[in-house]
Design a protein around this ligand. Structure first.
Ligand SMILES: Cc1cc2nc3c(=O)[nH]c(=O)nc-3n(C[C@H](O)[C@H](O)[C@H](O)COP(=O)(O)OP(=O)(O)OC[C@H]3O[C@@H](n4cnc5c(N)ncnc54)[C@H](O)[C@@H]3O)c2cc1C
Length: 454
């Protein structure tokens, strides 16, 4: 098929996974080209300046304990972190009223808090039995993969208030409805994080720290070091592969290589044409791992006025569209920034509204949580990730019922000279930046070994 390879490895996608894979391959002595569809690197991380220059993370932003690979990478690149602001009382917005609470779970109804604690302990105990490398091999995998998180909630959690907050927790971690998610998938993600509390908490959890310079800076610095090996504006559409090598086709930029790493989510990998076509079990996997639905909104104020009222800025709300909020101000506290998440079905409904109605819906929510001052931000920004052609949604691809047990083995398994990376292939912190970094490291090691350089 190919006369001679241009390079040893072509990497498709310059998100964290692809760039980390490229860095490790270069360190291992391989010649590499990275083809990136967008005119920027970083994929699902995107840091843009607000009107006053404040860096705003429209995509991934937080890291926390045990996310060691992304933390080590950031440190190597001089991308520094600070603690997320979480001092003061949190806000539970329920039945149209704001209740303030301290620590732990929303507790305006004590029965709800107790029921949530019981449910979380039960989920953690189940998750502990799920092998991260092979969730389909858990003893209970057939039963857990045959039901949704919603059916589990209805069977096991009697208190409606607790079910409501657990549904919110599911949307805020996996950006899908409890009724769309395989219970086994949720348990696999919980296992990879070390527990549900680790996923939900600020201090001690996945929302513990932020990057001063913004999360995309990690990818930008990785790409700078890779130099001309990274080609922007190169959307790959065709992958030709045989025993002799791989040719990856992007408009105006075909690239022949000995091996390829596709560092893109399964749903996007499924859009490419493969010649010859991939085996049905791989093709069908990519038909079954949809992307989650998230709109991330930022409201900027002259100062974080909520702090003066003793509030942390953290909100969980039983009403959309914005149902989770954090204080996202820079470390110095100026300007005041609130970040709100619109997730799952809320995101789908919200995206169909006219811009003025979306703005009003966000402001109505913020006023309900924090009072009138919240209705007058100096800037309001939103990013709908489902609209992004080369993401297709966020935070990540998720597994509906039946997919892990029927197709899970296909997720990382190389096909000839094609290897797979991206956070969706991670065994630990799957769906998160840390999982993306780990997947890039794993794929690079796999390819270096195949090239005889491992
Ligand atoms: C709103 C939001 C909030 C998030 N919050 C957090 C958080 O706080 N903490 C956290 O850890 N994670 C968070 N995440 C998830 C995190 O951002 C992702 O897990 C991670 O960035 C995924 O990296 P990746 O390299 O696997 O994939 P991507 O970043 O998606 O990279 C894939 C790359 O491939 C490119 N590409 C796609 N198709 C093609 C093609 N055909 N040809 C060439 N290139 C192609 C894309 O443009 C992209 O650059 C969030 C994500 C979003 C969107």
């Amino acid at each position: 098929m190919t006369a001679a390879a241009d390079v040893d490895v072509v990497v498709v996608g310059a998100g964290l996974a692809g760039l980390v894979a490229a860095r490790d391959l270069v360190a291992g002595g391989a010649e590499v080209v990275v083809l990136e569809a967008r005119d920027r690197v970083g994929g699902r991380t995107l840091t843009l300046p607000a009107a006053d220059g404040t860096p705003i993370d429209h995509g991934g932003q937080w890291i926390g304990p045990t996310q060691d690979r992304v933390a080590a990478l950031a440190q190597t690149l001089g991308v520094t972190t600070f603690a997320t602001w979480d001092r003061g009382l949190h806000t539970e917005f329920r039945d149209g009223r704001a209740h303030r609470f301290d620590g732990g779970f929303p507790a305006s109804d004590p029965g709800t808090a107790v029921a949530m604690g019981v449910a979380i302990r039960e989920l953690d105990a189940m998750a502990a039995t799920v092998p991260p490398e092979a969730p389909w091999s858990a003893d209970q995998a057939p039963a857990w993969d045959a039901q949704t998180v919603e059916s589990w909630l209805q069977a096991r959690v009697a208190a409606e208030g607790a079910r409501t907050w657990l549904r919110t927790a599911v949307r805020s971690t996996l950006a899908a409805e409890a009724g769309e998610l395989s219970l086994l998938h949720a348990l696999f993600v919980i296992r990879g994080a070390g527990g549900l509390a680790q996923l939900l908490e600020t201090a001690g959890g996945a929302q513990e720290r932020r990057f001063h310079q913004g999360a995309q800076t990690i990818s930008i610095r990785l790409a700078e070091a890779l130099g001309e090996r990274v080609v922007l504006g190169a959307p790959v559409s065709v992958v030709r592969h045989d025993a002799g090598g791989v040719v990856v086709e992007a408009p105006g930029r075909d690239c022949a290589a000995r091996r390829a790493i596709l560092a893109i989510p399964p749903a996007l990998a499924g859009r490419l044409a493969y010649r010859p076509a991939l085996p049905g079990w791989r093709s069908q996997l990519t038909q079954r791992v949809p992307m989650g639905s998230v709109v991330k909104v930022h409201a900027l104020y002259d100062e974080p006025f909520w702090r003066r009222h003793g509030l942390s800025g953290l909100v969980v709300s039983d009403r959309g569209p914005v149902e989770v909020v954090y204080d996202n101000s820079p470390e110095g506290g100026s300007p005041g920034v609130l970040v709100g998440f619109v997730e799952g079905q809320h995101a789908r409904d919200f995206s169909r509204l006219a811009p003025a109605d979306r703005r009003q819906a966000v402001l109505d929510g913020l006023v309900g949580f924090f009072g009138e001052a919240a209705g007058r931000p100096r800037e309001l920004l939103e990013r709908a990730w489902a609209d992004e052609e080369y993401s297709g949604g966020c935070f990540a691809g998720y597994f509906p019922p039946g997919v892990w047990t029927s197709y899970g083995r296909a997720l990382r398994e190389p096909i000839g000279r094609l290897h797979w990376a991206g956070t969706e292939t991670a065994t630990v912190w799957n769906s998160y930046m840390d999982g993306a970094v780990r997947s890039g490291e794993r794929a690079a090691a796999e390819v270096l070994a195949a090239l005889g350089r491992g």
